[in-house]
Design a protein around this ligand. Structure first.
Ligand SMILES: [Fe+2]
Length: 426
């Protein structure tokens, strides 16, 4: 469990930002990257290496590897799409500090550390470097600029979850590293994380003074399982125009048997999420807004735009019930998510998993939650243009989603073409 409040206008360390002219906050949504670049792996991944280096419980990796070799792989899930998307969104974040990248899972294929490292290197090379643009940029600021959750392919084996590969490479985006920055150097790192520190500008004072961090980082990841990272809450705040976006990151991804890709969200995770959201909302209103005596912003404090990130869709999307059973979110979990979104008044739920874009609504009472599947950001197949590689950009102002941009890959020009997505026509 973890929570943070981020107010970019208070703590941005980059000087080359231009002012956000349109106001509000932009979320840029990528999903289902499935990056695979064998030439960039330190050690070759083969059937033999997977067989030799993993225990029986992890042999599902062999099934996944054969699937990459014979069905999917770098020709179908293309590296160039991800590179371009990260660069484009990096430019948006550089020019508009109220832009934030979200990735709703399936960064990898078989949860191999080589894949996680490749994806993290791409994030650094094409996203972080674009934002940094020669200026100083502490990579731990990643939690300000992006939120990444795991998909079923990132929790492919039991050992990948217990070894917390996802947290090791992407925990920073959930604020894990920053929790350690707030801690006493002598303090036990696990208890430091458990305290759920939520200061957002501490790193300005702490930078350069925390040589103990590397050793802390290693020990904390050994102490935590991937599941300990969720639920995770952060608030992005544009105090200039009173737009405040709460991002709740959930994990629906658990290791499954071969040929099963379904997900589960236990009630305990949602109960913890409700508690965290309540706490951070209270903190947000009292500790920050009253502290700054900003009456105009205070009046908008109750208008948090609430976004949930999860990998599996909360609605049935498969062609038949058997496929839904194998690949979808468990039936009880779907019900839980619908009830949760209704009771917590979630405005927008972003997910991936199906590789087919989708827009729908869920709700029980008068409240409706908009549900959007981005599809895959790297899938290139001209025979299936409806699921061609893409990313979405959502423009949130105040309590409203005022616009959605769809950026769809053009194989001839090798660029993403921007189209406005009109909600009424979906
Ligand atoms: Fe996927």
């Amino acid at each position: 469990m973890h929570k943070f409040i981020i107010r970019k206008n208070f703590n941005s360390t980059l000087t080359n930002h231009t002012t956000n002219t349109g106001g509000g906050i932009f979320l840029h949504h990528l999903s289902d990257l499935h990056i695979w670049q064998p030439e960039k792996f330190h050690q070759p991944i083969t059937v033999y290496s997977l067989f030799r280096n993993s225990s029986f419980q992890d042999w599902k990796q062999i099934q996944g590897y054969l699937n990459i070799k014979h069905n999917r792989g770098p020709n179908l899930y293309q590296y160039s799409c991800l590179k371009k998307a990260l660069q484009e969104i990096g430019v948006r974040c550089k020019n508009d500090e109220y832009s934030h990248l979200v990735i709703t899972g399936d960064v990898t294929n078989i949860s191999h550390p080589e894949e996680f490292e490749l994806a993290r290197n791409m994030l650094n090379e094409y996203f972080v470097e674009t934002i940094r643009n020669g200026e100083e940029f502490n990579e731990n600021l990643l939690y300000e600029y992006c939120s990444i959750i795991p998909g079923n392919h990132d929790a492919y084996t039991p050992s990948s979850v217990t070894n917390n590969y996802f947290g090791h490479y992407f925990g920073n985006t959930l604020g894990l590293y920053n929790a350690m920055l707030t801690s006493d150097p002598q303090q036990d790192p696990l208890s430091a994380f458990s305290q759920n520190a939520h200061h957002s500008n501490f790193f300005l004072d702490q930078r350069g003074k925390n040589q103990h961090l590397n050793s802390l980082k290693n020990s904390i990841f050994e102490s935590l399982s991937m599941n300990d990272l969720f639920p995770n809450v952060k608030i992005l705040s544009n105090a200039q125009d009173g737009t405040h976006v709460l991002i709740l990151s959930l994990s629906s991804s658990v290791p499954q048997k071969p040929f099963v890709a379904g997900g589960v969200v236990e009630q305990t995770q949602l109960e913890q999420a409700s508690k965290l959201m309540k706490e951070i909302e209270t903190t947000f209103r009292h500790e920050y807004l009253k502290e700054n005596n900003d009456k105009e912003v205070s009046s908008n404090a109750s208008s948090l735009f609430k976004v949930v990130l999860m990998h599996h869709p909360p609605v049935e999307r498969a062609k038949d019930s058997f496929r839904e059973y194998l690949n979808g979110l468990e039936k009880k979990s779907k019900q839980r998510i619908v009830e949760f979104c209704d009771s917590e008044k979630i405005d927008l739920l972003l997910h991936g998993h199906t590789h087919v874009p989708y827009l729908g609504r869920i709700g029980i009472s008068n409240h409706e939650t908009l549900v959007i599947d981005n599809g895959s950001t790297t899938y290139v197949n001209e025979e299936k243009p409806y699921k061609m590689a893409r990313y979405h950009s959502y423009h949130i102002k105040g309590k409203n989603l005022v616009g959605i941009e769809q950026h769809v890959w053009n194989t001839a020009t090798q660029v993403f073409e921007r189209k406005e997505l009109v909600l009424d026509k979906v």
